[in-house]
Design a protein around this ligand. Structure first.
Ligand code: FRU
Length: 481
């Protein structure tokens, strides 16, 4: 046991009260995205629908907006729009997780949720915590309601991992295939390659190593975090978040990136065989460590951490001074259609739509939408005809533009001048923007590409302006929670 002391909890409560005072005055708090009640939030964890209720757990440091000792925060929802803040689900209070209840997943079997997570432990003394000094134990929890823990055991202690790896093996995600259970784990191998480990089980309680599910070449990065695997009628999908991945012409330009392979598994040799290139899941500035789950209606839903992507030193998140940092993306539905991954915002958010406006305009020069609520809105721009180029200006100084070949998202000072992300798209016909107070998510065409970004406009008053030369159909709603 490594109980957190009463003093720890008292301090945490006091710190949270201080942070709340700042948070209450912050106009950058999001209106319909999930964010930490106080402090810091990172990866989505244990996403699941159980007996009708959606549960979103997440990496959470309630007392420090700059990160620290991670717990699992918990939010529930009946409709995927309104969420309720719940008590902390897990805290680092055991010898096998004392330096953080790291990321993990949920798996429903019969009337129980089985959670798997990484218990992070750092040994005292002189260590680099990559090659020595760190334990990352795989822990199994059973819960009958998603709120209380009925059973908790280390299922793969750190000393049982195979040879050839650094101390970084983590983020279990569990799935079922033909009556067997499988677990994927992310890792950093000793040769500085990212690898995904596969474990197998017949009962969810004891696990056997089944080999490396996928390993990367050098340019695929030194560490792969947060693996996720699911099957569709079309292709199998393997998602992970590599660190140290080489940027390509328009992809993987953030410090940290997440992507996917479409492929298939050879269940004889238990290997994943990519049939596509590795593609970036989200082409914006703020996206990392996503997790998917299948809901009770069979939809594959993804949440991403709308943070970390770009950690360049000149970009520090201004909400830190206001007592909190980071958020989740809107939940998205994932499908594979004709060999392509599509991501569309989960349609439930449409219940937030108010004050619909529809216009057809011929832009030649500049055109501004009036009667704006430019803080929380949705905009669907259909390009009926494009001349030279079109740009859409919003959130003070964010510019979305398209010239017939390249779509670009560029920030000014309110996005810390994080220069530009670009997507090569020859046949862009639809730009779909969902903007919250301090975030923008852009879906291109019908879910072909997504760009997520955080932005911090200083003024309450704002406009949405179109410039260039194009014929457009515009649909716009205020999104009100
Ligand atoms: C990804 C990650 C995971 C880890 C967790 C710790 O952002 O580094 O690999 O489990 O965050 O908070």
């Amino acid at each position: 046991m490594s109980e957190l002391t009463d003093q720890y909890w008292q301090n945490l409560e006091q710190k949270q009260a201080e942070l709340k005072e700042k948070i209450e005055r912050d106009p950058w708090r999001l209106s319909f995205h999930q964010m930490p009640e106080t402090g810091w939030l990172n990866d989505p964890n244990g996403a699941v629908q159980f007996k009708g209720v959606y549960h979103l757990y997440h990496q959470y440091v309630p007392d420090n907006p700059e990160g620290g000792l991670v717990h699992w925060g918990h939010k529930t929802s009946k409709d995927m729009v309104q969420f309720q803040e719940e008590e902390l689900f897990l805290s680092p209070d055991q010898s096998y997780n004392k330096d953080g209840v790291y990321s993990g997943s949920a798996f429903v079997k019969d009337d129980e949720i089985h959670f798997f997570y990484t218990g992070n432990v750092k040994h005292p003394g002189e260590h680099d915590y990559t090659f020595s000094g760190r334990e990352q134990n795989t822990v199994h929890i059973v819960s009958k309601d998603g709120f209380t823990v009925d059973y908790e055991e280390v299922v793969i202690p750190h000393e049982d991992y195979p040879e050839g790896f650094t101390d970084h093996i983590r983020d279990p995600k569990v799935f079922e295939k033909d009556g067997k259970y499988y677990m994927v784990l992310g890792s950093r191998a000793l040769n500085h390659r990212g690898k995904i480990l596969l474990y197998r089980s017949t009962d969810l309680y004891s696990w056997n190593y089944a080999g490396v599910f996928l390993e990367g070449e050098k340019e695929m990065g030194y560490m792969w975090e947060c693996p996720d695997f699911f099957e569709t009628d079309d292709k199998d999908v393997l998602i992970f978040s590599p660190q140290g991945l080489k940027a390509t012409a328009h992809e993987f330009e953030s410090t940290h990136n997440s992507g996917y392979y479409l492929g298939s598994v050879d269940w004889g040799s238990e290997k994943f065989m990519p049939e596509s290139t590795f593609k970036e899941l989200d082409r914006g500035f703020d996206f990392y460590a996503p997790q998917t789950f299948e809901d009770e209606s069979g939809r594959r839903i993804l949440w991403g951490w709308m943070g970390l992507g770009d950690i360049s030193p000149e970009y520090s998140n201004p909400t830190v001074a206001r007592g909190w940092q980071h958020a989740m993306t809107l939940p998205r539905e994932l499908t594979v259609e004709n060999g392509q991954l599509k991501q569309r915002p989960l349609k439930e958010y449409e219940s937030l739509r108010k004050n619909e406006e529809k216009t057809a305009v011929k832009v030649s020069g500049s055109y501004e939408l009036d009667n704006q609520n430019p803080r929380t809105f949705e905009l669907i721009v259909t390009l009926e005809q494009l001349g030279e180029s079109l740009s859409v200006h919003m959130k003070e100084d964010t510019v979305l533009s398209y010239d017939g070949h390249i779509f670009s998202l560029a920030h000014g000072p309110s996005g810390f001048g994080r220069s530009e992300r670009t997507v090569e798209v020859e046949d862009l016909s639809r730009i779909h923007v969902i903007a919250d107070t301090s975030s923008i998510e852009i879906f291109l065409n019908d879910g072909d590409y997504v760009l997520s970004t955080r932005v911090y406009p200083k003024h309450e008053k704002d406009t949405i302006r179109f410039e260039g030369d194009a014929e457009l159909s515009i649909e716009k709603w205020d999104l009100e929670n």
